[in-house]
Design a binder for this molecule. Structure first.
Ligand code: NAD
Length: 360
């Protein structure tokens, strides 16, 4: 079968890491007998330079014509906050997620066996293992709510950001989380702030209502502040964590850090239909762009998620993960995950080593 993939290479290290990821996709194709065709899509700072806007017309249509989207990273100091919104890369990211209806962001935070020492956690805590599927609501809540800024008579400027959630939005992300848990360790941790927020009380009630449809899955409620603590105290207790947009933004970065390196973690943004979008969790790392120093592994593992969730090819997905582990266990590392006894390689060489391991 021929799979169509939209490639958003983006800015900074984006083009370098996407190049290596494409090499891995082709290597999987060779090994397992699949073919792939690619469509390049301009989005982010590079699109602003070319067309004057970060999200050119027709971007969503080009992506919808494909089976999946792979995104490197967008942004950089050249397109900073002083630019008009239409020229800023972040505007394009929010727009593509919204236009493709990508309401669920899945981040798989795992501690790879060769990297226990890279985790900032105590060794005995890290050794218990980390394998968390963080499910974040992506197109609702405070990031998309109404905002305002007013002059007051006696208190200077006042601003508001509105957090709103409907039952429908909560239910669809909740069901995603329960379905994922059914294929994992069958536990969902629903994170909210139900002791304070009305949106959280609706969140909690909805999660409990739908839990009845998944009797094989255990549901627990954890307040967001407690969850932040538990993630550093004992992350091994978590299986699937589901939460709203802003809590998820913060907690998923925390979950990522405890695994050791930003350069290693993949993500998938999924909606009701096709295509889903896959991207590393890190940004465009302008400080190392164009120097062959970027770690391509988060993007390569995003491709592994693409095989599993968009193409339903679990064996291929596992083969990519095993190839990555084999290279890391053999001591090959980019600078960001290097330990004293490891051997330093650049982005291209890391890609080549993973391709070789895939053939083995
Ligand atoms: P960043 O993730 O780009 O970089 C943080 C640090 O981690 C830097 O020191 C960087 O060199 C390092 N790093 C990141 N990815 C790496 C990799 N693959 N290999 C080795 N080292 C890596 O975060 P930032 O510096 O806060 O943001 C830089 C730009 O990226 C900003 O313009 C920001 O808006 C953008 N950004 C984009 C996305 C996205 O495209 N989804 C996400 C986050 C940030």
């Amino acid at each position: 079968m021929d799979y169509k993939i939209a490639l958003i290479r983006g800015d900074g290290i984006g083009p370098e890491i996407v190049n290596e990821a494409v090499g891995i996709i082709d290597a999987v194709g060779e090994r397992f007998g699949h073919t792939f065709s690619y469509t390049d899509v301009d989005l982010g700072g590079c699109a602003t330079d070319k067309y004057g806007v970060s999200y050119p017309e027709g971007t969503a249509e080009k992506c919808r014509a494909c089976d999946a989207v792979l995104l490197g990273a967008v942004g950089g100091p050249k397109w900073g906050p002083d630019r008009p919104a239409a020229e800023r890369p972040e505007t394009a990211l929010l727009a593509i997620r919204k236009d493709l209806g990508l309401y669920a962001n899945l981040r798989h935070a795992t501690l790879r066996p060769a990297l226990v020492d890279a985790s900032p956690l105590k060794k005995e805590t890290a050794e218990k293992g980390i394998d968390i599927m963080m499910v974040r609501e992506l197109i609702g809540g405070i990031y998309f709510g109404k905002r305002g800024r007013y002059e007051t008579e006696d208190r200077g400027v006042e601003c508001t950001d509105l957090m709103a959630y409907s039952e429908m939005e909560i239910e669809r992300i909740g069901r995603r989380a329960f379905e994922l848990a059914q294929k994992r360790k069958k536990k969902v941790t629903s994170v909210d702030k139900a002791n304070v927020l009305e949106t959280s009380r609706l969140w909690r009630a909805t999660m409990h209502r739908i839990a009845a449809d998944y009797p094989d899955v255990e549901l627990e409620d954890v307040l967001v502040d407690n969850c932040a603590m538990q993630l550093v105290r004992d992350p091994s207790q978590f299986d699937v964590i589901v939460t709203e947009n802003m809590f998820g933004d913060i907690l998923s970065d925390e979950a990522s850090m405890v695994t050791g390196s930003l350069g290693l973690l993949p993500s998938a943004s999924i909606g009701s239909g096709k295509p889903a979008l896959y991207e590393p969790i890190h940004g465009s790392a302008p400080d190392i762009a164009g120097q062959d120093k970027a770690n391509p592994i988060a993007t390569v593992l995003s491709v592994a998620m693409m095989f599993k969730y968009s193409f339903d090819l679990s064996e291929e997905s596992k083969a990519i993960e095993q190839a990555v582990d084999a290279v890391l266990s053999a001591g090959w590392h980019t600078a960001d995950t290097m330990g004293e006894a490891d051997k330093l390689v650049g982005c291209k060489e890391m890609g080549r080593l993973i391709r070789e391991a895939l053939k083995a």
